[in-house]
Design a protein. Structure first.
Length: 292
């Protein structure tokens, strides 16, 4: 069992996905122990030092086995964890939010823990632990946790790359679902669904190179309703990293169409999706090119 103060040898850090149900969480592990364990040990000692009622102390001791803290939620704040912990190593006098409320996955309910960062050429130090539970007063028993800077930055980089892969895979699944929904809605002339999916300023480019309006694409969709379709070679590019506002995503794929007579036709398609004010993706541009 770990015991404060934690000042001592250089430690290792690793960011892990928790085994909790959705939403998933990222949790820093120090020398194989979750950061929540360090926080809870400090809270027990603080309660004893301040002569808290025995019931309070027992409750805090119980928290060793079921912490009320988690780290940043992947569902809500995965990118914030990356920005807060990873990128702020270049701001040596700033602080990092290490853990938030287990119940809500945020810090709006005031269950959170924060440490200050101090960075040298060779090391990263966490010190001055504070939590809202303790009225933001420092926990002297926390001491200073020291990491090798190269190992710290490597762990942060792995977390960041994991975040990018996770984000891309989720976007790919979402865009594929939208493309299939759009294709089905045009064939069934589902006007309510089309109003949700299609941007008012939509434009399209046909296989002959002409610019078309959405109404013409509806006519093409009606002609395709009795034919089998299959999407392959699907890929997506997130244009948000390029700071385009509003967020946009480009999906590209091959559509294979089988006619009733058994003949096969292939089309290379590209769609530009834009996310609106209601956090809803809408198709603003579509291009279809036949593969001869």
């Amino acid at each position: 069992m770990i015991k404060p103060p934690f000042t001592g040898p250089v430690r290792t850090i690793e960011f892990r996905l928790s085994s909790l149900p959705e939403p998933m969480f990222v949790l820093p592990y120090v020398d194989g122990h979750p950061i929540t364990a360090f926080i809870e040990e400090c809270e027990v000692l603080m309660a004893q030092r301040e002569h808290a009622p025995e019931s309070v102390i027992q409750k805090k001791e119980h928290s060793r086995h079921f912490s009320r803290y988690v780290s940043w939620s992947v569902h809500w704040n995965y990118s914030d964890l990356v920005n807060t912990v990873a990128s702020r190593i270049v701001r040596p006098h700033d602080s990092a939010l290490l853990a938030v409320c287990r119940s809500c996955g945020d810090y709006g309910c005031s269950n959170y823990a924060r440490v200050k960062l101090r960075v040298t050429d060779s090391h990263v130090h966490w010190h001055d632990l504070r939590t809202c539970v303790n009225n933001k007063k420092p926990y002297p028993d926390f001491g200073i946790i020291t990491f090798d800077r190269a190992q710290y930055e490597e762990s942060c980089e792995r977390l960041y790359q994991s975040y990018l892969r996770d984000k891309h895979e989720k976007l790919k699944v979402e865009m594929l679902d939208l493309e299939e929904s759009f294709m089905i809605a045009t064939m069934k002339l589902d006007q309510q669904r089309l109003d949700q999916l299609v941007h008012p300023e939509f434009t399209g480019i046909t296989g002959t190179g002409s610019i078309t309006r959405f109404e013409n694409m509806i006519c093409e969709g009606l002609e395709e309703r009795d034919k089998e379709h299959r999407i392959t070679d699907f890929s997506v590019q997130d244009l948000w990293p390029n700071k385009i506002n509003p967020p946009q995503a480009l999906s590209c794929y091959t559509l294979i169409r089988e006619d009733p007579d058994g003949s096969m036709h292939r089309f290379r398609k590209a769609s530009l999706w834009v996310r609106g004010e209601l956090y809803q993706w809408q198709l603003i541009h579509h291009q279809s090119t036949p593969i001869l």
